[in-house]
Ligand binder design. Sequence first.
Ligand SMILES: [Zn+2]
Length: 321
Amino acid sequence: MTTTVIPLGDARATTYTVQTIEVSTDECCAEHGACGKPGVIAVRNTIDQQRPAESSTYRITLCADHQDDAPRMHGLWVASARELQDPIKNAEFLASAGVTDDPPLILWGRCRSGRRWFWTACEFDGADAHGWAASPDEASRQANAAAVQLAAGRYANVRVLHGVATEKLKKLNAAKRQAKPPKPKRKQAKVTPPTNPIGYLYAVEPGRYELDDVTWIPAKVVSFPITRKTARRVYYLRPRGLFEWQPGYVDRQELERHGAVRGAHWLQLFATPPEIPKPKPAPGLKELKAAMAAAHPDRGGTSEAFIAARERYLKARRRAA
Ligand SMILES: [Zn+2]
């Protein structure tokens, strides 16, 4: 095994590590990859860079028949790295690539942001851009376009590094959180109903099917304790969940004039227990079946209407069973 380390001494502290190693995996890539026999030796070139830290490895695997090419490959890679190490050679190389100065390093990446995709493109230690897109492909496209815009016609080293998007999004979210004033803690004393309320408001809890979708729970009158009356308002408590109560109020004059008021959470609140309205007789299976047939697209119905009608029919049939 031979290892040659060539530090380039450039701004990104690039190091080329060329190694010839014994291997027992991969196929020979000699003869432009046509050989394909089991590999026994490999020449590998690892390029490490700092700011941002990156590492990439190129590897050529050779079989027993072609392993004599390994020293030549090793020498070739070392030579080209040394060429880059020499500042003059390096400058010549960069000039041949159309670079007169240090090429700007532009990074772009994307990451999930809720249901959307966030992207960012930034020049290393320079300007940046970001945005959101509906799909990962669209985010990549926008990020790429932004990277080209940041390069502004310069020869640039553009790299994909999705970590930059995650970092940028984190920073944006942190800034957003800081910009928001902290939510005032709501002081909410536990509300308990009075033991001897001065009166009640009433409402009708409509009938409904039990969770099993078969058992019918009939409508009933429910009462809410009144806690206080002023000239304009009647304050009461309405149940929230099983054991909690929430304060509310209704217009007193309206309640006294009409005997009932519209409530925010209940359709109507009554001053005295209301009569429960007689339920409309539920349509029979026969009617539901006819309605389903009438809603069929063959007879001019929409498929949504048909599906809904069919659902009603099937439900009723289950209940009748
Ligand atoms: Zn071979």
